[in-house]
Design a protein around this ligand. Structure first.
Ligand code: GLY
Length: 572
């Protein structure tokens, strides 16, 4: 019998640490999680994870650490960590038992309009929504981090930004992954001299692994933010430079838009799955709603008994996913602008109705579920980190500038890479965005509106206490990636490392294909094809950063997804 994460935690605390160490992990466990007693950070980049861990070791709480990690990733993981983007943070306060969501998603500028991404022929122009000044929403990260620290933190603002300033000023050693990702986006980054001079050497040569990348302008912006608070970003020279650069690149963002930016404290969306409480991000993310909808649908089937990644289980998952993504295209948008039927979509009764539409034998063609185009969906960049401290406070944070290095535009003198989040709006009903996701009126562009997201920072509670903190990048695949970590642990008894590593599947209704990672047996794929699924083997999905806490003992077990390099889960 394989030992689950809970059982490992029980063993860890069963006796004197030294005596127990040799027998902590069963040889039957395929993959071992990282273990710690006091605090843990799981993040896509090691230096940032170290900063968060050290902050907790010096007495900071999970939110102090989380804010420091967010600022550090803006330096060490420039393709996704950011000041020029936005995201969502879920915070669980162990003392009150309350979980809240901080929505610091980007906003459409006041000059944005419904048809701004259509060309002369009325067709959606993805170059415009991805690689011009118009691609950028008003960034939310700096204001969001301030809201998190003011509401839940214990440390001074300047102290949690200081490590990021040091990294930007002294430089970071370029890893193979950073060098590769810069090369991959060379064309977009070289388009803007203000960007090229930061991420490439004079003459245009790329940085090689082992070389030092200094970001002096970003250090100066961080210093302003540390000294002046969010005003150092949203007002004055930084805001003026951002507005000027965005306008010169064809966007409508003004200094007034920047000065007016406000994050929102929201109630998370909640559900349950086989006795666990699922707490996740509400709209303007679609993540939490559809995570709970899919779990509700699958709860009616004996998934554990059907087995992990068997044809039966994958078939039911794919059918539940399709139904959820079809609903996403119709109902989801910014709740400040449209009524999102969250209660209905996450109700157990609605899930029962959905189960009535699922055949155990045959895949229902997507065209019978709803109309749409087949579309490619490829690159995506976003990043997630999880933090848990000794008291059980938890931070689950996913933030992004959308695609790798966002729009590629750095406003001169700021060092801030601007997002291309406006592409997450539905440029034209039924036309897919960069992730192949289609949408309708609910997600049409409007001034001051937040584009619909799939980011799914999630906290799973057991008896009111933190049990699992997880999340992932991956565009449209974020929801189903988080789903599978949760199911792998609850249905299949995997520990958090196994749950993070097991091969993943994904269906998003349109295109009508069951996307799979390598590692699922050919027999299984044949059985799925016989049920009518179109199988599409594609590159890996997601990069989860997860921490599991044993509520009885407080032991922490964490794992960074092995799918992407440079990630680290560190405890103390
Ligand atoms: N930009 C990807 C998302 O928010 O889902």
């Amino acid at each position: 019998m394989r030992i689950s994460g809970l059982a490992i935690a029980g063993l860890l605390l069963a006796g004197p640490a030294g005596a127990q160490q040799a027998t902590i992990f069963s040889e039957m466990d395929r993959i071992h999680p990282v273990w710690a007693e006091n605090g843990m950070v799981s993040a896509q980049e090691r230096l940032a994870a170290e900063i968060g861990r050290d902050i907790m070791a010096k007495g900071g709480n999970a939110v102090d650490a989380g804010v420091a990690v967010a600022f550090a990733l803006a330096v060490t993981l420039p393709r996704a960590g950011n000041l020029g983007g936005g995201g969502f943070m879920l915070v669980h306060d162990a003392e009150t038992g309350r979980t809240q969501a901080i929505d610091y998603r980007e906003l459409a500028p006041s000059g944005a309009s419904r048809d701004m991404f259509l060309d002369d022929k009325g067709e959606a122009d993805s170059d415009k929504s991805l690689y011009t000044g118009a691609a950028s929403g008003v960034p939310g990260t700096v204001a969001g981090m301030r809201m998190a620290l003011d509401t839940y933190g214990s440390m001074p603002w300047a102290d949690v930004i200081a490590p990021a300033i040091r990294l930007a000023e002294e430089g970071i050693i370029v890893t193979p992954d950073l060098a590769d990702s810069l090369e991959a986006e060379r064309e977009a980054l070289m388009k803007h001299p203000s960007t090229a001079k930061i991420f490439f050497k004079e003459g245009g040569a790329g940085y090689r692994p082992g070389e030092r990348l200094v970001q002096a302008d970003l250090a100066a912006t961080l210093k302003k933010v540390a000294a002046e608070g969010p005003d150092g970003f949203y007002k004055g020279a930084v805001a003026e430079n951002i507005a000027k650069a965005v306008q010169a690149a064809g966007g409508p963002m003004t200094v007034e838009d920047l000065a007016a930016y406000k994050p929102v404290l929201r109630e998370p969306v909640r559900g349950s799955y086989r006795g666990y409480e699922i707490v996740s991000m509400p709209p303007p993310s679609s993540g939490g709603v559809h995570l709970i909808q899919i779990l509700n649908t699958l709860e009616g089937y004996p998934i554990g008994a059907l087995g992990h990644n068997t044809a039966e289980t994958i078939h039911l998952m794919a059918e539940a996913m399709k139904l959820a993504y079809a609903d996403r295209s119709e109902y989801l948008g910014d709740p400040d602008f449209v009524d999102v039927p969250v209660a209905a979509l996450t109700s157990k009764d609605y899930a029962a109705e959905l189960r009535g539409k699922i055949s155990a034998e045959y895949a229902t063609p997507s065209a019978m579920i709803g109309p749409g185009d087949l579309a490619p969906y490829e690159s995506d960049q976003t990043t997630h980190f999880s933090v848990v401290d000794k008291a059980g406070n938890a931070v689950s944070n996913t933030y992004t500038i959308n695609l790798n290095y966002g729009s590629g535009l750095v406003a001169e003198g700021t060092g801030v890479l601007m997002n291309n989040e406006m592409d997450d709006f539905s440029a034209k009903p039924g036309v897919p965005n960069a992730f192949g996701l289609v949408g309708g009126d609910a997600n049409a562009v409007q001034p001051g509106k937040r584009p619909l997201s799939s980011m799914t920072p999630t906290i799973v509670l057991k008896d009111g206490e933190t049990w699992l903190v997880t999340g992932s990048p991956g565009g449209a695949r974020i929801i189903t990636t988080v789903l599978q970590v949760v199911m792998n642990m609850i249905d299949h008894g995997m520990n958090v490392a196994e749950a993070s590593t097991a091969p993943r599947v994904h269906h998003q209704w349109l295109p009508d294909e069951l996307r799979i990672e390598e590692g699922i047996s050919r027999d299984t794929l044949r059985l799925l094809a016989a049920k009518g699924h179109t199988i599409s083997e594609k590159p890996v999905m997601g990069s989860t950063q997860s921490i599991m806490r044993d509520p009885a003992s407080g032991a922490l077990l964490g794992a960074s997804d092995p799918r992407r390099p440079d990630a680290a889960t560190l405890g103390y």
